[in-house]
Design a protein around this ligand. Structure first.
Ligand code: UDP
Length: 424
């Protein structure tokens, strides 16, 4: 069964313009961005990933492609097709890269490569002609080996925590990605031994998107009523795809401990992504663990960014108790909304959550419960941490910083790499 369809370009379709960010990020930041972009006017750049919606990569590509276009590049976004079998294999890659021992064999290799052949037939002409190609994650990575007449520079952007991969998967994938001209990882710990330059660029959020823009309390109330969210008690929320690495069962366990002393409600909200075939099984596991607990709501999220925004704002505390996490945009989104985050002590969450500054890092459900209780007991602390959290995101994880880093990397191929670009 076909999943996505190779979508057409999304060329600069964005209602916002970069000028609207001036008040948030300051003059220097925008002027620097425009300066860098001047060298790149008219260059073509194609981003390729495997889903148009659901998950952090799609979230970022939505604005990244549009703003690159506004800055003068011919930017576009292609989504590869895949069979159910293919997405089973690429989810296996994902799990293997994040440390699981997975049954990767010759059969999986063939499924992966054959799927790439089908996509290459459709995309080859465009990719070979592009000045820059950014391939996101392992799903489309093999395209590079099927585009022998590449004109431009190709960058592999790995969004996954690849710090401790299953050797079977990494031995295979490292050969697939070796021909790239550069790789990008979110943290230095994730970088691998590869025969090309590796850059460290953390993801970021768009503060003016429907997902993150300011909302009045009236708007939040209206959405909570529309989706039948009770607000009689403090809300503890985790927004995530139903994925075992996000540890939804650990969140339920932590909540069971908290509710012994503190009346509150838990919301586990998530939807599937076209490239994640394990979502419904994990969703079923969560429903089973929750049983008939009246104060827990397991919610299949509608495709409604404003609702996610409202839900994060309506929450007292946001949890992201992942046991592996490439970055965790849900953490950034919550911090931006002045919510302390109880985050799993792993991967990209560690560069966002600082104890007593922006939230708490936890290793177990018991630790998560202890920190949630500490915060619920102390609303003043929630307020203080929330304020710092917002500023931390403003300094480090807004879209203009990521745009600057991507544009600098691109221009670095011909102009030399800027000193603020972190290389390993
Ligand atoms: N998200 C969503 N629907 C969902 C779950 C998540 O729109 O059902 C959004 C979430 O708000 C965030 C992104 O998708 O913007 C998830 O990114 P993150 O880096 O946290 O995790 P990933 O899913 O990429 O592992």
């Amino acid at each position: 069964m076909k999943k996505n369809g190779t979508d057409k370009v999304l060329e600069g379709k964005m209602e916002r313009s970069l000028e609207q960010y001036r008040d948030i990020v300051g003059d220097n930041c925008l002027d620097q961005l425009k300066d860098i972009a001047r060298h790149l006017s008219g260059k073509s750049i194609v981003h390729v990933n495997s889903t148009r919606a659901g998950g952090g990569v799609a979230e970022i590509l939505n604005w990244l492609v549009a703003f690159m276009a506004e800055l003068g590049l011919k930017a576009s976004w292609e989504v590869i097709d895949g069979t159910d079998e293919f997405f089973r294999v690429t989810k296996m890659f994902h799990n293997g890269l994040q440390g699981n021992d997975v049954p990767f064999t010759e059969t999986e290799r063939k499924i992966y490569e054959q799927n790439a052949v089908r996509n290459a037939e459709k995309l080859r002409a465009k990719l070979e002609a592009a000045d820059y190609v950014f391939i996101h994650d392992p799903q489309p990575a093999h395209l590079i080996n099927l585009c022998p007449n590449r004109k431009g520079k190709w960058v592999w952007r790995c969004h996954i925590d690849a710090s401790n991969p299953d050797p079977k998967v990494w031995n295979y994938l490292s050969k697939i990605v070796a021909p790239f001209d550069a790789s990008i990882f979110s943290m230095p710990e994730f970088a691998r031994k590869l025969p090309h330059s590796q850059f460290i660029i953390a993801p970021s959020i768009d503060p003016l998107s429907e997902k993150n823009r300011e909302m009045s309390s009236g708007e939040v109330d209206e959405l909570m009523t529309r989706y039948s969210i009770s607000r009689d008690l403090p809300l503890i929320t985790q927004v995530s795809r139903f994925d075992r690495f996000k540890d939804p069962l650990g969140v339920v366990e932590a909540f069971k401990i908290v509710r012994r002393d503190f009346p509150c409600r838990l919301i586990l909200a998530g939807a599937g992504a076209a490239d994640d075939p394990e979502g419904s099984a994990v969703h079923a596991e969560v429903l089973k663990a929750v049983g008939r607990m009246p104060d827990v709501m397991v919610m299949m999220l509608p495709e409604d960014a404003l609702f996610i925004n409202a839900l994060q704002r309506a929450s007292a505390i946001v949890v992201q108790k992942s046991v592996k996490e490439g970055f965790g945009l849900t953490v950034t989104e919550a911090l931006w909304k002045k919510k302390p985050v109880i985050g799993g002590n792993t991967g990209g969450i560690k560069i966002q959550v600082k104890n007593y500054e922006t939230g708490f890092l936890v290793n177990t459900p018991q630790e998560a419960a202890d920190r949630i209780r500490e915060l619920l007991k102390n609303p003043e602390m929630i307020g203080k941490i929330g304020e710092k959290a917002h500023w931390y995101v403003r300094e480090n994880f807004l879209l203009t910083r990521q745009l600057r880093d991507y544009m600098s990397l691109i221009s670095g191929f011909t102009q030399g790499f800027a000193s603020y670009l972190k290389q390993v």
